[in-house]
Design a binder for this molecule. Structure first.
Ligand code: COA
Length: 416
């Protein structure tokens, strides 16, 4: 079976998480991704959070599947010549170096265009143009600067970062979309272009409901926020909303059987307006269906604590899976709080390739996430991450068409 991005060659100058997420997605969709790494060093994540001594970390392996690794010192004279040849042979250059690093290497946008006018040059940076454009940025900085931390957590607690890597992996996903769009446009124009995905912008984009609420605040309190029912006044900015849902249907995380022993024995429960009569029946409060204090969403808003306390009395008599089994047939939206252990063991996620077991020559078998986007005509097969420089000779010979003698000379020079 062919793959969506068959024939597209990516010069992958990415490291850590945001850029590698993007190029891994492109590799899963069929692109030939050549990861360029510093000789003897490689991507810093190879040696971060090491769980098995002497072996590439899971941090690295889980971000670099389906790629080939080429070691190259891009600051070495011979290395620069090899890199020029690579630029001419590739369709896309993806990088997430600190601002200015590529220019310092001598491969800024002007030079890239000179070498290959069809080249798409895609970058992740912490910030877009503006006062902070020169800053180095990691995940949590982006979550803080993009509005996620100020709106996550409880209103009387600290700002919180989320476990989902929205700054890194979220930005990488957006960059991959920008690259595929640029590839499509190149079909018509014949020209490459620059694609930029700043992490702050990506996080803010994912926080749009909080920017929505910022503007609603000018017209009165946010009545669906729990703090409204608790009589806590709103300040100038969108507050942290705990586990309130971000939409118009109030929701909460509620305890289930065993919550005292199991930190994930909880369910998310949404009091969707359309399901209200069924919710009243299920929790044993049929009288709420017609009681004007509870019958409509606006009437319930000041009483959300009482409403959810009653619902929790019911969920406390069930496991999170029983809540799901009872509510789903009634179209009452609920979701069990699933642990990483439960997700890793879930057979349906293995069947769809969302969680995959991969075999690695040095570490053996391990689990990783597979492609979250499913194409019916472009099947994803997740293959292991490359060892450092594993494909250097192969790429120099097959892609760059160096002879064996030339490769030996390049090696002699210390550039690879
Ligand atoms: N050969 C020679 N030199 C290489 C090289 C190679 N193959 N690959 C990288 N280098 C050099 C770079 O040119 C740079 O040199 P310079 O500082 O002299 O210009 C140097 O290695 C380090 O690059 P840098 O990007 O500054 O790494 P860092 O570890 O100091 O910073 C980040 C890491 C992630 C903070 C930074 O890259 C960054 O802010 N990136 C953009 C935002 C981003 O993607 N953040 C999320 C990361 S998950």
């Amino acid at each position: 079976m062919s793959k969506a991005l068959d024939g597209i060659r990516i010069l992958d100058f990415t490291h850590v998480q945001s850029g590698p997420t993007c190029t891994q997605l492109l590799a899963w969709l069929g692109a030939d991704v050549i990861k360029v790494e510093r000789p003897g060093v490689g991507d810093a994540t190879r040696k971060q959070l090491v769980d098995v001594e002497g072996v590439d970390s899971l941090y690295f392996t889980m971000l670099n599947h389906n790629k080939r690794s080429l070691t190259l010192n891009s600051k070495h004279e011979t290395g620069k010549q090899v890199l020029e040849r690579l630029v001419k042979k590739c369709d896309v250059l993806v990088e997430n170096f600190a601002p200015g690093a590529l220019d310092r290497m001598g491969f800024g946008w002007d030079r890239i265009q000179e070498l290959n006018p069809r080249m798409i040059m895609a970058s992740v940076k912490g910030f877009g143009p503006g006062p902070y454009e020169d800053c180095k940025v990691y995940e949590n900085v982006a979550q803080c600067a993009g509005g996620s931390a100020s709106t996550t957590g409880f209103h009387d607690g600290l700002p919180m970062v989320t476990g989902a890597q929205i700054g890194d992996s979220g930005t990488g996903l957006g960059l991959a979309l920008g690259i595929t769009a640029a590839l499509l446009q190149r079909e018509k124009t014949g020209r490459g272009q620059r694609v930029l995905a700043p992490m702050q912008d990506s996080v803010l984009n994912l926080c749009r409901v909080k920017l929505r609420d910022q503007q609603r605040l000018a017209h009165g309190p946010l009545t669906e926020y729990s703090q409204h029912g608790e009589g806590v006044e709103f300040g100038e900015a969108t507050p942290r909303a705990g586990n309130d849902s971000g939409g118009g249907q109030p929701g909460r995380i509620l305890k289930c059987i065993g919550w005292e022993r199991d930190p994930n024995s909880y369910t998310y429960f949404i009091t969707q307006a359309a399901a209200w009569p069924k919710i009243c029946e299920v929790i044993g409060k049929p009288e709420w269906k017609d009681n004007p204090d509870y019958a409509t969403p606006p009437a319930r808003l000041p009483r959300l604590n009482e409403v959810f306390d009653e619902i929790e009395k019911w969920t406390l008599t069930k496991t999170k899976y029983e809540v799901m089994d009872i509510c789903n047939p009634l179209d009452i939206p609920v979701g069990p709080i699933l642990s990483m252990k439960e997700l890793a063991d879930e057979p349906s996620l293995r069947e769809t390739g969302t969680i995959v077991e991969v075999d690695h020559p040095e570490r053996g078998k391990y689990l990783t996430v597979g492609c979250p986007i499913k194409l019916s005509d472009s099947k994803v097969e997740v293959t292991r991450s490359p060892l450092l420089g594993e494909h250097t000779d192969e790429i120099l010979a097959d892609v760059l068409e160096y002879s064996a003698d030339e490769i030996a000379e390049i090696r002699e020079s210390g550039a690879i």
